[in-house]
Design a protein around this ligand. Structure first.
Ligand SMILES: Cc1cc2nc3c(=O)[nH]c(=O)nc-3n(C[C@H](O)[C@H](O)[C@H](O)COP(=O)(O)O)c2cc1C
Length: 188
């Protein structure tokens, strides 16, 4: 069985090498609209969608993130990024940053962040815009420049980083991961 939605889902993959080409404003507006259509627990919509197209700011977030990662006792994430070329944001020209407020029960907001991120990823893929969901973007907001970045990005009071999605165009084509049908079972 196939249709346009299933084909988009099947085509999406994590892009980790972007060109400098910026997605168009109309496309980014369509992606933002798709983000806002995401479901959230009790329709709390505790997120914001901040589309960052400022190369200098993305560079500063990346530099701070790498610094924070390098200082963590567990160096595995830092080393993984180094093995992928040392770029936390893979030269992406655009970043959809999703700050979130605090939900009750505690932590429930992160389900919502995951869902909005997937809406962004699938909407982007449907428009031919490559992307990768970037949980590690949180480290850019975990160091001494946290408050400065939150202010520059316009996070509402009491909001913290939830997740980000990097957007742009792949410098070389990638492919989706293999599907493991053994993880699926039917009962009845
Ligand atoms: C919640 C979440 C956080 C992620 N964070 C990162 C990240 O910080 N950096 C990265 O390169 N990929 C990140 N990814 C992408 C995953 O590594 C990727 O989806 C996974 O390896 C499967 O590959 P695929 O997306 O190509 O199918 C994240 C994915 C999810 C769902």
């Amino acid at each position: 069985m196939n249709n346009e939605t299933l084909a988009t889902i099947a085509r999406r993959y994590a892009c980790r090498d972007f060109t400098e080409k910026m997605p168009g404003v109309g496309e980014l507006q369509a992606i933002a609209k798709a983000a806002l259509a995401a479901p959230s627990g009790v329709n709390r919509q505790l997120w914001r969608v901040i589309i960052v197209r400022d190369k200098k700011l993305i560079g500063e977030l990346e530099e701070e993130g790498m610094r924070v990662l390098s200082e963590l006792p567990d160096k595995s994430a830092y080393e993984r990024i180094l093995s992928r070329g040392g770029k936390l944001f893979y030269n992406a020209p655009c970043m959809a940053v999703i700050p979130t407020g605090k939900a009750s029960p505690e932590g429930a907001e992160y389900f919502d962040c995951g869902i909005i991120a997937q809406n962004i990823a699938l909407a982007a893929t449907s428009l031919g815009i490559d992307n990768v969901i970037c949980g590690l973007s949180c480290v850019s907001f975990a160091g001494s420049r946290k408050d400065e970045f939150k202010a520059r990005l316009g996070f509402p009071e009491g909001y913290d980083i939830g997740i980000s999605v990097l957007l742009g165009y792949a410098s070389k084509p990638g492919k989706p991961h293999e599907l493991d049908q053994e993880k699926v079972s039917f009962i009845g």
